[in-house]
Structures are given as C-alpha cells and as structure tokens.
Design a binder for this molecule. Structure first.
Ligand code: DHB
Ligand code: MG
Length: 225
C-alpha cells in the first residue's frame, strides 16, 4: 500500500522534476544546519503557479529561511518583477542571499533582515503587493495578516502556511503556541471583513498540514453586493 511519502515522491518527480537550482538551495541550507521546514517542492510549485495565475509582479514573503520558496517566487514574477522577503535571523538571511545570488535571481529579490513587526511598517508607501506569503513565527500570524491587507490592495492574494499542524488546529483548547497562532490566523481570516478565505489540508513530505488562501477585498464593495 503506497504511503503519503510515496505519493509525494511520485508527484514531485513527475510535476516538479529535476530542479538543480532548487536542489542546490536545499542542499546549502541543509549543510548550514537550518531546520528542514521549508515548503515541500510540490507546495513551492503551487505557490509559483498561483503567483503566475494572479499575474503578480510584486510579491511579499514573510519568513525567508534559506530562500527556497523565495527562489520559486522570483522565477514566477519574472525578470521585471520584485520579491521582498523578510527574515528575522541574520544568519538565515545571509544563506538566503547567497542562494539567490548563486541561482541567478538576486537582482529581483530584496532580503530585508529584522523582525516582521519592525520591518513591515517600513514598507508603507510602496506600490501595493500583489501576493503575500506568510510563513514565519506562527504566534504573529494576526499581525502579519493585518500588514498583508494594509500593504496589499483589493485583489491581493494572501497565503498563510502551516494552518493545520497535524490536525491540532481543530483543538480549541490547545496550549501549543504555534497551533494557537494557526488558529488565530484562521479565525481572523473568517471574521475580518478585509479577507475572503478558505484553507486546504496538505499531506506531503513534511506530513499533515495545510495552507489558507485569501483574497483581500474592499469591505465597502462587499457590503454593497
Ligand atoms: C514549522 C514552521 C514552518 O513554516 C513549517 O512549514 C513547518 C514547521 C515550525 O516552526 O514548526
Ligand atoms: Mg511553513
């Protein structure tokens, strides 16, 4: 009986295929001792396709790690596009910067080092982002969703990673800080009039988890429907 890992291997091999640049990023971050919590290749490609489907030219990523998802966003926005990615750990940001340079996309990526709470306000006044990917400390999900709405526009795509956490998100009494963050993110997406959202459970090489997908809406326009 095939396992979810077998399915992940089949899908990755068939639909993502050989990706020397992506694999070199994964190898470099593994060698540097970073935790293997980057998005799985099938999910990275999902984000890449979503970016292309949305026609996004400006992507904001919160949580760079070693730059694996960043590379896939950079490929999706094309040579004229821009990815701004925020990383709290200086050491991770340096690994990501080197990875993006080696894979030839550093010219379209800005790696900003600092905590989201400090860096996000500095992005005010820039052209709105077309897509925002939130994949950082789960405790701050609400703060990041708020900034995603503020730095986006009506129609901006927002993706929030790790919203299922092995099913624990359905446990209202959980004491796990990351699960509580995932729950608060989902609750905010369900109640904040600036978002229209859903979520999908995922099962890949990292196990059972999920992503929330939202679009930023203008509450005034929604009310008058
Ligand atoms: C964790 C964080 C992630 O972004 C992820 O995709 C998986 C796990 C974590 O901190 O446990
Ligand atoms: Mg994640």
């Amino acid at each position: 009986m095939p396992t979810p890992e077998d399915v992940d291997a089949f899908l990755t091999e068939t639909l993502v295929g050989a990706d020397p640049a992506g694999e070199s990023v994964l190898a470099a971050q593994h060698d540097a001792g970073l935790p293997a919590i980057e998005v799985a290749p099938v999910n990275a490609k999902f984000l890449h396709l979503l970016t292309r489907i949305a026609g996004a030219r400006r992507v904001l990523e919160i949580g760079t790690l070693g730059g694996y998802s960043t590379l896939w966003f950079a490929r999706a926005v094309g040579a004229q596009g821009r990815v701004v990615t925020i990383e709290a750990e200086q050491a991770n940001a340096e690994i990501a910067q080197r990875n993006l340079e080696r894979t030839g996309v550093a010219d379209r990526v800005e790696v900003l080092v600092g905590r989201g709470a400090d860096v996000l306000p500095t992005l005010q006044g820039r052209e709105p982002f077309d897509l925002v990917f939130i994949d950082a400390d789960k405790e701050s999900n609400e703060l990041y969703l708020d900034w995603a709405a503020r730095l986006g526009r009506s129609g901006t795509v927002v993706v929030l990673d790790n919203v299922v956490r092995g099913g624990d998100v359905a446990d209202a009494d959980t004491v796990d800080a990351k699960v509580r963050g995932a729950r608060r993110g989902i609750l905010m997406l369900g109640s904040d009039p600036r978002f229209d959202a859903t979520a999908l459970q995922t099962l890949d090489r990292k196990g059972w988890d999920g992503i929330a997908l939202a679009i930023v809406v203008d509450p005034a326009e929604t009310d008058s429907d």
